[in-house]
Write a protein that binds this ligand. Structure first.
Ligand code: ZN
Length: 276
């Protein structure tokens, strides 16, 4: 999630020898749809009300069938990333891939409360972005069909690899295509007035620091973000080192308030018991 979310106004397209990446403006985030001749791959599902946007783009713009989407790979459980996934599976039988710990995030009464708060915060973003207010509550258990761990190849799309990068949540996983050096990092570099900003919240700063180190080593040449324009870093390691330095800046009162609304997942208790 993010507290202000520049999204792309018009779809963008990146073409490689093997696929086209379509970056669509969703409700409060970008939606990443990868088009192969034989299939489509969705990286995150957007909010639940983005399902109709995805349907329109796939069917009307690409002239493809929704059943061509062979997989939705989810980075983390926040409403603007996982919101539409179970709806897409229910309607079209599209399987879901996610990290094994994903369903711990909103488990139990604490998780239920956290999901409500996250939907509330996402709705605040929509209001700030002058979006029509819509109900964005969604199923809080993902029940992934495929569990993806760090370094795993994506089911059906082995050219994409999963990278486990906790920090924003405890199960964040991003997706990297080493052959084309393209990285989808979801929330991990946000955009505020054109500047790079940390995701909100960061609940596990020590983990985030290691995760930025890992991302720096990918040598990505194209970075796709859920909130912000594409980044073409000259030096990937330096970019993520800059993000690491941001972790040292003391939290503002605003950030502290967001963190206070983000501590109810049972994963916080597990972390504090040092079960990791
Ligand atoms: Zn998020």
């Amino acid at each position: 999630m993010k507290t202000s979310c520049p999204v792309l106004e018009t779809p963008q397209k990146i073409s490689t020898n093997s696929f086209n990446i379509h970056i669509l403006a969703g409700y409060i985030e970008n939606i990443i749809l990868i088009e192969y001749n034989h299939a489509l791959l969705l990286l995150d599902s957007g909010c639940i009300n983005d399902v109709s946007r995805i349907e329109f783009y796939v069917q009307q713009t690409l002239g493809r069938s929704m059943q061509d989407i062979k997989l939705v790979a989810v980075t983390h459980m926040h409403p603007d990333h996982a919101g539409g996934a179970t709806c897409l599976r229910k309607k079209y039988g599209i399987p879901i891939a996610a990290h094994p710990d994903t369903d711990r995030w909103y488990a139990g009464p604490g998780g239920a409360l956290q999901q409500l708060l996250d939907c509330y915060m996402a709705t605040s973003v929509a209001r700030r972005n002058h979006r029509r207010l819509q109900r964005i509550k969604y199923q809080r258990k993902l029940n992934p069909d495929y569990l993806i761990n760090d370094g795993d190849s994506m089911p059906f799309f082995p050219d994409w690899k999963a990278l486990y990068v906790p920090g924003h949540t405890m199960h964040d996983t991003v997706f990297y295509n080493p052959a084309d050096q393209i990285l989808y990092i979801a929330d991990l570099i946000c955009d505020v007035k054109g500047g790079y900003q940390l995701p909100l919240p960061i609940l596990f700063k020590d983990k985030m620091s290691y995760s930025f180190d890992k991302l720096g080593k990918t040598n990505a040449k194209t970075i796709i973000r859920a909130h912000g324009e594409l980044i073409h870093p000259d030096n990937c390691e330096e970019l993520f080192d800059f993000m690491k330095q941001l972790l040292k800046i003391p939290d503002t009162d605003f950030v502290k308030r967001i963190i206070l609304m983000s501590i109810y997942s049972p994963e916080m208790k597990r972390y504090n018991r040092q079960d990791f």
